[in-house]
Ligand binder design. Structure first.
Ligand SMILES: [Zn+2]
Length: 462
C-alpha cells in the first residue's frame, strides 16, 4: 500500500458507468441456495503454497527498478507460464533523481552511501562539525555559525531543522537517521541554500561519540541533480474460457509485487501476489465463462505508477468488457486488523460506495466465514486506476495495518497463514461467483450473489 493518501471523491453519477445491470440491493440475508460452487475453489486453496511464495519473494527487497523487482517479476512470470496462461511482462519507465554525494571526516571518506536530502543545492563546504541534537530552536546555539550542523532525525520536520540551523548561520547539514532503516529520507524547501546530506543512524551516533572528545572537520560535497530513467514492470496473465463458453466479460485480480526500498515487503505486498498466484493455479483447472486477468504491478509504492500505466495501456474494447477489479494488498499481516471481525479484513473503495466487488466480497465472507465483510473509503492502492476507468473495484486489506508497515521488519515471521487463507477464500469465491459458467452474463441477468447486509466502517487504516 502506498503511503500518501490518494483519495479521490467523485460525484455519484460518475462511478458506476460500466452498466453491468447488477442490482445493488441491500436486503436481509438472501440465503444462498447453492453454495457448493464455492468449494470448487476454496477447498483447493493452500495457505502453505501462499506462504512459500511469500518466503521466496521476501528474501530481498523488491523496490521498483531494482534487481530485486526483476527477480520477483521473473518468478511470477514463470509461475503464470507454467499454468499455460497467455503471459506478458509490460515494461514502463520510472525516473529517479540522483546526486553524487561525498562526505569526508578529516581527510578520510565517511563510507557508506550518503545521500542528499531531496531538494538540496549542489555545492561543497568544509567546516567544523557541531552536534545540535534534533535541531529544535532551543538546541541550536550561536556556535553553529559558519559550521556544519550534525542533526538527528525526529520530532520536528526536516525543513524546520534545516531552517533552525540556517537561522544561526550554519553552512551545511549532516543529518542522521533516528532508526536503523537506512538513510533514504528527508527534504529541504526552496531557498534553504546549504548542502544537506543524510547518513545512517550508526554513522551519526559514531560522530556524536567522537565529538565528545575532539574537534572534527568535515567536507560535504553534493553534485548536481541528474534524472535517470529506470525500468519497472507489470506482469499480465490471461486465463481465457473456451471460445464457445466465452461471455465476453473480463474480471481482473491484482496485487503489487514491488516493495518499499529497504523493506522485504512480506505482507506489503508479497502476500497479495501469493494469493493472485494461488487463485491462478486453482482457477486454471476450473471451467469458466469469463476471462480472468491476473495482474501484478510494479511501482505501486511510488504512487500507483504501474497500475496507472497498465490502465492507460488498455484498449477501450477491453475496458468496456471489464466488470470487476479485485485488489489484494497486505492480506497476511498477523498483527494487522486489531480485534475487528474477520481479522480486520475490509474492502475499500475509492468513493466510499458499495459496488459489485464489495457486494460479492461481503456475501462471500458471509458464506465462507460467517462475517459480512464491511467496506470503507480509501485509495492508496492499485484499485484506483481501475475505478477511474469506471470499473467496479475494491481493495481487500486488513485494517488498521500492522506496526511493521513499510519497515525492514515486514518479514515472513509476521505472516499469518490463517489470514492468507481467509482473504484468498473470500476473493476466490467472489471471482468464481462471476466467472463460473452457471452464472449467466452479468449484463444479461440479475444474478443474486446472495447479497447480504454489510456496513460502512470508517476505521483508520494507519
Ligand atoms: Zn506499501
Amino acid at each position: 500500500m502506498y503511503r500518501k493518501s490518494l483519495t479521490v471523491l467523485l460525484a455519484a453519477g460518475m462511478v458506476l458507468s460500466t452498466g453491468t445491470g447488477f442490482a445493488q440491493t441491500s436486503g436481509a440475508i438472501n440465503a444462498q441456495s447453492d453454495t457448493a460452487f464455492d468449494n470448487k475453489v476454496i477447498k483447493k486453496i493452500s495457505a502453505d503454497n501462499m506462504y512459500n511464495t511469500i518466503a521466496y519473494l521476501s528474501e530481498q527487497p523488491r523496490a521498483a527498478g531494482t534487481e530485486g523487482e526483476l527477480r520477483a517479476v521473473k518468478y511470477i512470470e514463470s509461475q503464470f507460464k507454467s499454468l499455460g496462461f497467455e503471459t506478458k511482462v509490460q515494461p514502463f519507465p520510472i525516473y529517479d533523481t540522483v546526486q553524487n554525494v561525498k562526505v569526508k571526516i578529516g581527510d578520510s571518506d565517511l563510507g557508506g552511501t550518503p545521500r542528499a536530502l531531496s531538494g538540496s543545492i549542489s555545492g561543497k563546504v568544509t567546516a567544523e562539525l557541531v552536534n545540535v541534537g534534533k535541531a529544535k530552536p532551543e538546541e541550536v546555539g550561536e556556535n553553529v555559525s559558519g559550521k556544519i550542523a550534525l542533526v538527528e532525525r525526529g520530532d520536528i520536520t526536516f525543513v524546520e531543522k534545516v531552517q533552525n540551523v540556517l537561522n544561526k548561520g550554519a553552512v551545511g547539514v549532516l543529518m542522521y537517521n533516528n532508526s536503523p532503516s537506512g538513510n533514504n529520507f528527508g527534504q529541504v524547501s526552496a531557498g534553504q541554500n546549504i548542502p544537506a546530506v543524510a547518513i545512517t543512524q550508526a554513522q551519526g551516533l559514531e560522530l556524536v561519540e567522537q565529538l565528545k572528545t575532539k574537534q572534527i572537520t568535515s567536507t560535504l560535497e553534493v553534485g548536481k541533480a541528474e534524472r535517470i530513467e529506470k525500468t519497472s514492470y507489470n506482469v499480465i496473465a490471461s486465463l481465457k474460457p473456451k471460445a464457445n463458453k466465452d461471455n465476453g466479460q473480463i474480471v481482473t485480480v491484482g496485487a503489487h509485487h514491488d516493495s518499499v526500498p529497504g523493506g522485504p515487503g512480506a505482507n506489503d505486498d508479497a502476500s497479495g501476489v501469493s494469493a493472485v498466484l494461488e487463485l491462478a493455479r486453482i482457477l486454471a483447472k476450473t471451467p469458466i465463462d469469463t476471462e480472468i486477468r491476473f495482474l501484478t504491478f510494479g511501482s505501486e509504492e511510488r504512487g500507483l505508477v504501474g497500475s496507472s500505466f497498465y490502465a492507460d495501456s488498455l484498449p477501450k474494447e477491453d475496458v468496456d468488457r471489464m466488470v470487476a477489479h479485485f485488489q489484494m494488498d497486505m492480506i497476511g499481516g498477523r498483527d494487522a486488523g486489531e480485534d475487528n471481525p474477520a481479522g480486520g479484513l475490509i474492502m475499500y473503495t475509492i468513493d466510499g460506495m458499495k459496488n459489485l466487488v464489495t457486494d460479492l466480497g461481503s456475501s462471500a465472507g458471509a458464506r465462507t466465514m460467517d462475517v459480512a465483510i464491511p467496506y470503507g473509503q480509501l485509495g492508496r492502492s492499485d484499485h484506483q486506476p481501475f475505478h477511474e476507468l469506471g470499473i467496479p473495484s475494491a481493495l481487500f486489506i486488513h485494517s488498521p495495518v500492522e506496526p511493521w508497515y513499510h519497515q525492514p521488519t515486514d518479514t515472513l515471521d509476521k505472516i499469518s497463514k490463517e489470514k492468507l487463507q481467509q482473504a484468498a477464500e473470500i476473493v476466490g469465491a467472489s471471482v468464481y461467483q462471476i466467472a463460473r459458467p452457471e452464472t449467466p452474463a452479468l449484463t444479461n441477468a440479475r444474478v443474486a450473489p446472495g447479497t447480504v447486509d454489510y456496513d460502512f466502517d470508517d476505521r483508520p487504516v494507519d
